[in-house]
Design a binder for this molecule. Structure first.
Ligand SMILES: Cc1cc2nc3c(=O)[nH]c(=O)nc-3n(C[C@H](O)[C@H](O)[C@H](O)COP(=O)(O)OP(=O)(O)OC[C@H]3O[C@@H](n4cnc5c(N)ncnc54)[C@H](O)[C@@H]3O)c2cc1C
Length: 307
């Protein structure tokens, strides 16, 4: 092992084994594995993140139902119990040096052999009035996460593209017979409109402005004043990556220049820099991020102990 590892963890001159960025399921699971190797690890995180917004996770092994905040709080305590240093601070920059990385956070520079970027993404939500009141409760953006929660309910599917037609048909096949498609700001061609009719799916057009209801969602008010009743909405979202601190690094990305490309263990095109969760290609789920965190940590540990 590197001789520099003898220095104290609070000393920013010393060389850490790994810095983990982000305390979602991916970063936390990586920390739990790394901490159980007695490595010197700092976890930087900020409050929030996508898992924090998940009010009711039902597809995470061994938890029948758990809220995102509960999952994260338990995971953070578990990581700390194995000696991981936790710092609540935004990572500002990661720079590549000859044999290590420099990580800038909270006005200090930290040196580390490995970096795990697990900072996830943030939602770009539609600007509907009252949306925060219902987001994750009855307004959903992800069929994998929350399609099940629309089972048997009166569903309004809102989309700005014809993709919404396909999604409406899929939702009806699997989750609920009561589906209406709202084409947000455009009109369907007669061919697509009759396809919906054949499938027994309602169709309307307009510009949604406000979600109606106090505790319980009752419907959506359009710009022309019309209200469309519904119990649940599958609506458009979109994400932006929390990757500003990686700016300037020559990371290989997908054809759109968006998601970061990695090996199966999560290593990016920059050796020693691992990437998890929404930052990299693939499906984004809490349990998948956690698995990726474990895999990256194990790969790092085999390199540190030179197995
Ligand atoms: C409403 C909603 C419901 C969902 N429901 C489910 C579900 O039921 N089941 C499921 O499996 N998945 C669900 N998901 C998806 C799931 O949340 C993501 O797949 C998961 O968040 C990925 O975890 P992660 O560790 O990659 O990132 P995240 O959970 O997004 O965590 C990233 C962390 O990094 C921090 N961070 C960001 N930038 C920095 C920085 N510069 N410095 C330091 N820290 C930083 C963030 O603050 C955050 O704490 C849901 C998502 C949403 C939005």
């Amino acid at each position: 092992m590197d001789q520099e590892r003898g220095m104290g963890i609070g000393d920013t001159e010393s060389l850490l084994d790994c810095i983990v960025i982000g305390a979602g399921p991916g970063g936390l699971q990586a920390c739990i594995h790394l901490g159980r190797y007695n490595f010197r690890v700092i976890l930087f995180h900020r409050p929030g993140g996508r898992t924090w917004h998940a009010k009711r996770i039902e597809n995470y092994l061994s938890h029948r139902i758990i809220s995102g905040p509960d999952l994260l709080e338990t995971g953070l305590a578990q990581a700390e119990s194995f000696g991981v240093t936790v710092e609540q601070a935004k990572v500002e920059r990661v720079s590549v040096r000859e044999r290590h990385f420099e990580v800038q956070a909270a006005g200090k520079m930290y040196r580390t052999r490995f970096v795990i970027a697990a900072s996830g993404a943030r939602e770009s939500l539609a600007p509907f009035k009252n949306l925060p009141r219902f987001f994750g409760k009855s307004y959903f953006t992800c069929m994998i996460c929350d399609g099940y929660r629309t089972t048997g309910k009166k569903l309004l599917l809102i989309d700005r593209t014809i993709n919404g037609v396909r999604l409406s048909i899929g939702m009806k096949q699997v989750f609920t017979s009561d589906v209406t498609f709202l084409a947000h700001g455009f009109s369907l061609t007669p061919q697509y409109a009759s396809l919906l009719e054949e499938e027994g799916i309602g169709y309307c057009e307009g510009r949604p402005e406000e979600l109606i209801g106090e505790e319980i969602l009752e419907g959506v008010r359009l710009a022309d004043g019309l209200t469309i009743p519904c119990e649940v909405i599958m609506g458009w979202g979109g994400i932006s990556l929390n990757d500003d601190y990686l700016e300037g690094l020559s990371l290989e990305r997908d054809a759109e220049g968006f998601k970061i490309l990695t090996s199966s263990t999560g290593e990016s095109s920059i050796p020693g820099l691992f990437v998890l969760g929404a930052l990299r290609q693939g499906h984004s789920q809490a349990i998948i991020s956690a698995g990726q965190g474990a895999e990256a940590a194990i790969e790092i540990s085999t390199r540190i102990v030179e197995l």
